[in-house]
Design a protein around this ligand. Structure first.
Ligand code: COA
Length: 188
């Protein structure tokens, strides 16, 4: 039987992670219209050639863990009965609402590697992230019982994932040329 779970980023997933990031980068090159542009910005900028070096990869892991009190990153891993582990996707849980140049980022942002999409992992990664978020607010004694999620109106898969996990639409924002952004609240 296979198992899928969230873990903190770790060196042992390097090979699988880099393969997944290569998929993300070539997928976005092939998609001239990318409804998820802001969601994959971080991955698109990664220098995969440099990250192949073990020490560069270790510094990269340190960097993504550095601000862990403000933004926690988890990797979704699938483990086969044989013990083989594969990187499936990543999720970030932010304590504060953030904004990049144009987009509201929400409390939780996720990505599934292109070759594993359409298999239910998107629904799963948000379900598991909501449990983590609940644990974080409980452990830190933060008075928060809901999280805000943002997605572009054209990102139908993400919209479904949010709705399937209890999302309630609260606002629609017109971003002009960048389309419309949907904001949802989910109870923890
Ligand atoms: C959005 C994303 C996470 C979806 O991941 P996924 O693993 O394909 O999602 P799932 O297989 O769990 O599918 C989720 C739902 O979307 C539906 N769906 C999948 N692809 C779809 C598409 N292209 N159009 C419409 N619905 C779609 C599925 O049927 C499923 O709905 P259901 O469970 O009610 O049947 C993935 O495409 C991704 O990583 N995109 C880039 C990053 C991104 O956009 N992140 C979200 C930012 S808000």
């Amino acid at each position: 039987m296979q198992k899928s779970f969230l873990v903190e980023p770790a060196f042992k997933y390097k090979k699988s992670f880099l393969k997944a990031m290569a998929e993300v980068q070539s997928d976005s090159q092939n998609n001239s219209f990318d409804s998820t542009a802001s969601a994959t910005m971080f991955e698109k900028k990664l220098n995969l050639h440099d990250l192949n070096d073990d020490s560069v990869f270790k510094s990269f892991l340190k960097k993504i863990k550095a601000k862990a009190n403000l933004k926690k990153t988890f990797w979704l891993i699938n483990k086969k009965e044989s013990g083989e582990e594969t990187f499936i996707g990543r999720v970030r849980i932010r304590q504060a609402l953030d904004k990049d140049e144009k987009f509201i980022l929400g409390h939780i942002g996720y990505l599934i590697r292109p070759s594993m999409r359409g298999l239910g992992y998107g629904n799963l990664i948000l379900r598991l992230a909501l449990k983590k978020a609940k644990k974080i607010v409980t452990d830190l004694n933060i008075n928060q019982d809901q999280v805000l999620l943002a997605c572009k109106a054209t990102n139908l898969a993400s919209k479904k994932i949010i709705l399937n996990n209890g999302g309630v639409l609260s606002k629609e924002i017109d971003l002009g040329k960048s389309g419309r952004e949907l904001l949802f609240w989910i109870k923890l």
